[in-house]
Design a protein around this ligand. Structure first.
Ligand SMILES: [Zn+2]
Length: 447
């Protein structure tokens, strides 16, 4: 019986590898317009050479080795794989279809790949759930974007997050050791008083304790991403040593002093405009769910529920009204930060789908940021925010070969970032027709 199970497993793994391409071999994309994610101008008629999952060379000068598998990129545009630097993967916290949480999570992961997203950072989830999926992604057992995760989060007791709620020091350090034992890629701290918008007050970590916690993670080589929503907390967190801010300043327009401080500090700030925009969008314009990307990647039953039940609910949600007012403020804050330093703003959604990341790009452009800068924000800057810029985020020699071929120029119109032709992760072509998404079930059931 065991032996039979083993051979079935080998068969399944074999099918995945066949379906999703082979590592090791040389892959060349030629004749393509290269948008390398560094912020440099587009390079026409470029060649990109990928070997063993790594980018070997890229540019107009690059030479294709003889005998390589070649993709003709003529008339197409190559960008680094998109990165969502703030998600909460569905499935981990129950919800509508809690009966099959992992299936829901994997479908969401497939929606990212479908939309050209090759890396996600989960900023808080059930630790065993998300770390389990991370293991499966790394071993190749599931087809998925790269997963980085914090697992659980750190906060004050009765604060913004958990389960690591720290009060006494050094007594509660054992909670951080528990967290470290789950091998978080980054550690997320939740720091918010919640006494704004429509929410009641909650507790925050005192400044000296915040600094001790950050120093402790740093001494274990773990980077800190912190949830803050106002300028006071952001400044305190930055001077306590936080590496990345998980959100923009959302409670008010940034002061000139804050902007000048960021012109010196360049602390990566994840944009997360989509979560705030989404409440009132579902309430006021649920027809957006009929756009192709949503039809292709969200189950029909879920779209129907969002257009009816959820839309009605959000019409009555005072938080939705608050966020409708504050999203343009956050957008303007993102535009001003990007004008201050082109490496600061990083794309993230606080949601759980590839369509959401594409919406984030729309909202960034809607703030007045150029489409070309927006591509940098969703690639290089997001990798920087995660501390992964050495490996990811640009199309340059030595980086992991995560690239997306587009049918039209995203620096002309950001909506062209949705026209995905081919997704490559670690040098392997993702077979988008095999992803577990409505677009693929539709075509098989109609044939
Ligand atoms: Zn979040």
């Amino acid at each position: 019986m065991l032996k039979r199970l083993f051979s079935v497993a080998v068969l399944i793994l074999g099918a995945v590898v066949l379906a999703f391409g082979q590592g090791g071999a040389v892959l060349v994309i030629r004749g393509v317009t290269l948008i390398d994610g560094t912020g440099r101008g587009s390079v026409p008629n470029a060649t990109v050479v990928i070997e063993g999952g790594i980018i070997k060379d890229a540019g107009a000068h690059a030479q294709a080795p003889a005998g390589a598998r070649t993709i003709d990129g003529t008339g197409k545009f190559l960008i680094p794989g998109l990165i969502d630097a703030h998600i909460h993967l569905r499935g981990g916290r129950g919800g509508a279809s809690a009966s099959e949480p992992e299936r829901d999570g994997i479908r969401a992961l497939h929606s990212y790949l479908y939309a050209g997203v090759t890396t996600v950072f989960d900023a808080g989830n059930r630790p065993d759930y998300i770390m389990g999926l991370r293991d499966k992604e790394r071993s190749g057992a599931i087809v998925s974007p790269r997963i980085f995760a914090t697992g659980g989060t750190v906060a004050s007791p009765n604060g913004h997050g958990g389960p690591y709620n720290v009060e006494a020091w050094p007594g509660d350090r054992k909670l951080l050791d528990e967290h470290l034992a789950t091998k978080p890629d980054l550690a997320k701290i939740g720091q918010d008083e919640h006494g704004w918008g429509t929410r009641p007050q909650i507790r925050q970590l005192p400044e000296d304790l915040l600094e001790k916690i950050i120093r402790y993670y740093h001494s274990h080589g773990v980077r800190i991403i912190i949830h803050v929503s106002n300028e006071h907390n952001a400044i305190e967190a930055i001077y306590a040593g936080a590496d990345t801010l998980a959100h923009p300043i959302i409670q008010a327009p940034m002061s000139e002093e804050y902007v000048r401080m960021m012109s010196v500090k360049h602390v990566p700030t994840v944009s997360t405009l989509t979560i705030g925009d989404n409440y009132s969008r579902v309430a006021d314009h649920p027809e957006f769910l009929d756009q192709p990307l949503y039809r292709d990647t969200l189950e029909a039953s879920e779209r129907q529920m969002l257009k009816t039940e959820e839309s009605a609910k959000q019409k009555e949600n005072r938080w939705a009204a608050w966020m409708k007012v504050m999203t343009p403020v956050a957008q303007d804050n993102m535009k001003r930060l990007n004008a201050t330093g082109k490496d600061i703003v990083a794309a993230g959604t606080d949601l759980s789908s590839g369509a959401a990341l594409q919406r984030e790009l729309e909202l960034l452009v809607g703030s007045g940021i150029s489409p070309a800068d927006t591509i940098v924000i969703a690639t290089r800057n997001a990798a920087r925010a995660l501390g992964k810029l050495d490996e990811l985020g640009t199309i340059e020699a030595g980086k992991l070969a995560d690239v997306v071929l587009l049918k039209a120029d995203p620096t002309r119109d950001i909506n062209n970032a949705k026209l995905v032709d081919l997704v490559i992760k670690s040098g392997q072509i993702i077979d988008r027709s095999r992803l577990d998404l409505p677009v693929n079930r539709r075509s098989t059931s109609q044939q």
